[in-house]
Design a protein around this ligand. Structure first.
Ligand SMILES: Cc1cc2nc3c(=O)[nH]c(=O)nc-3n(C[C@H](O)[C@H](O)[C@H](O)COP(=O)(O)O)c2cc1C
Length: 184
């Protein structure tokens, strides 16, 4: 049976754009594959602790990730990067010998073959030509981190959310439309 791991990291509850998007993606994928098991992990309701020497590895978090065929992540931009709750999860996923290893030819990702879909919500616009593009450390960071472990993530993005209610509706509708283009 296919397994989808559904992660959310927005702190904004029912107003969350990334939560609306991630839920829509998971529903779409689950409907397309009857019998799919969905495992939900709300990283805000049940936070994973900061990385310390005493709380370093967490096999349950890592195994849950490794067992999933598809991972759908709601990832808002807070202060130009991912929420700290999502970082704590990533800190348990990037594990030498499990999801990557160092070889004579440099680092090698070991977690390939898994589909990762990321629902981004950002207050502003960060396209290559925008003045704020150098501050984009959400999509670029997640692309880099998952690339490091051998996964090329897919992104759906709602941008300009903080500009005003009209832009929020336009961007959300466009992003929800984009979720329909994701291959089942
Ligand atoms: C604490 C906080 C920090 C934010 N920082 C940024 C930021 O640095 N850049 C930006 O473009 N938008 C920022 N925003 C706006 C969010 O990216 C936007 O509201 C987005 O919809 C958040 O995702 P969510 O709706 O799923 O929570 C911030 C919002 C909050 C609540």
């Amino acid at each position: 049976m296919a397994t989808i791991l559904h992660l959310d990291s927005s702190i904004t509850g029912d107003n969350s754009v990334s939560r609306i998007l991630s839920r829509s993606i998971v529903e779409r994928l689950a409907n397309a594959g009857p019998g799919t098991e969905v495992i939900q992990r709300d990283l805000v309701a049940a936070p994973i602790s900061h990385l310390t020497l005493d709380a370093f590895a967490d096999p349950s978090v890592l195994d849950e990730f490794l067992a999933a065929d598809t991972v759908v992540i709601g990832a808002p931009m807070y202060n130009f990067t991912i929420p700290t709750q999502l970082k704590s999860w990533l800190d348990r996923i990037l594990v030498a010998g499990k999801t990557f290893r160092y070889t004579e030819n440099g680092p090698e990702g070991l977690a390939g073959g898994k589909r990762v879909i990321i629902a981004l919500a950002r207050g502003g616009f960060y396209g290559a030509d925008s003045p704020a593009s150098a501050l984009e450390h959400t999509e670029t960071y997640l692309r880099g981190v998952f690339g490091f472990i051998g996964i090329e993530p897919e992104f759906v993005a709602a941008d300009g959310i903080a500009i005003g209610p009209e832009q929020r509706e336009t961007s959300l509708a466009q992003a929800l439309g984009d979720t329909e283009k994701l291959a089942a």
